[in-house]
Design a protein around this ligand. Sequence first.
Ligand code: ADQ
Length: 466
Amino acid sequence: MAGDGRLVVISNRVAVPKARGAAGAQGGLAGALNAALKDRGGIWFGWSGEETEIPSETIHLDRTDGVTTATIDLSAQEVEEYYNGYANSTLWPLFHYRIDLAEFEKRTGQVYERVNERFAEGVSPLIDAEDLVWVHDYHLIPLGERLRARGLKNRLGFFLHIPWPPTRLLTSLPFHERLVNSMLTYDLIGFQTEEWLSSFLHYCENELGAEVDAQSGRVTFEGRTTTARAYPIGIDWDHFQAQGQTDDARRAQKRLLASTRHRTAMIGVDRLDYSKGLPERIDGIGRFFDEHPERARDLVFIQIAPPSREDVESYQQIRALLEQKCGQINGARSEVDIVPIRYVNRGYSHAELFGFFRAAKIGLVTPLRDGMNLVAKEYVAAQDPQDPGVLILSDFAGAARQLEADGTGALLVNPHSPDAMASAIATALDMPLEERQARYQAMIGTVRDDNVQAWTAEFCKQLASD
Ligand code: ADQ
């Protein structure tokens, strides 16, 4: 029975403490997978984060915190062309609707396929016949096909953590049919929301000519059938609440409250990434201060944004733009005792983030496009039920579908509109306590119950049973 086997998780990065960057601003994916593997046992395979002079065949096996990890190193050229190149300069921007930033280089596409082949070569000897194999994210779309080519008969699942683009956008990618065709070798394909799922089914039907049953998510093409479904990811509720009980969390909360005194703290926490809508967010805040200059005394905005993917040029540009925009507003609006925007370029622990979220009476989460966005859920999870803050959330985050609660939960905004953001900030600042409590109650059930453990269990159950 496939369901009795171990779980083999394969993702680009493996968040063992030794892997570069894993201990700092851990992304949503790393947190989710750690929780899944601790729960079920098994192996986590991926890139070590190390670069070597030439490709090396060595596999590093380790057992950390109850999880066995197996990692390979990549050569500097592979990192540049597979990771910085095809994954983060082609697929990431295109899948986040930023065709203007997407680079289409045949060479990086070839190295992307070669690295997927290296992953297949490294991991296949570690997989037992009964294991469930679960591949994660856009770095490894063709991996299922590479594993099948090696004779693997296991149940193979794939989860896409980022959005799936509309068909006409995807067709701008050279060799798009080849990429999607390789994806159909998985038995189960998961998306964050119904919207991305339906774009995927639309592509399969209209571009590939596959037979699609939208009701069941079954896609039949060239004699193979795969199932595609939506599995919205959640946070590790128990872990996050436990972090909230620590001294670090309490200290962080006090520190923020003490430093903002009688003003309302509004917070944003994001990886520094153009998909997160940071310059647009600052424009919205600028518009709010333009319309209500006197309220610079009421509101302080804290943006925590640790740099990411610094080797990619578009990420260097977004950083410079953000610094410039924050500087302009602070230059125009500061007094000797007031600085309206605090821009912090570093990561914090989940305990500290919990404390900051709890101290902030407005959470501003306004990505231009986001697969899910776990920060939105963490912000809600950290609130005091008696005196909760207000979540302002982009309509284009996957999380909006769960947290809008038919207009009774998060305040939804169009992140491209400074006016919409300014008006939502004004509404949140003046929102009466009863309404804040009611909105919090409309969101907290899904944040608590649709957590990462439920997500993992649901995906694995489906993968084992189909
Ligand atoms: P990300 O784009 O990284 O994830 P998100 O879902 O918000 O976005 O997860 C970020 C995680 O990193 C959160 O747990 C957050 O607390 C943490 N984090 C962010 N900024 C931090 C900071 N300054 N200091 C410390 N921690 C910080 C990708 C997709 C998302 C999808 C997730 C999970 O882009 O759409 O929700 O995977 O599938």
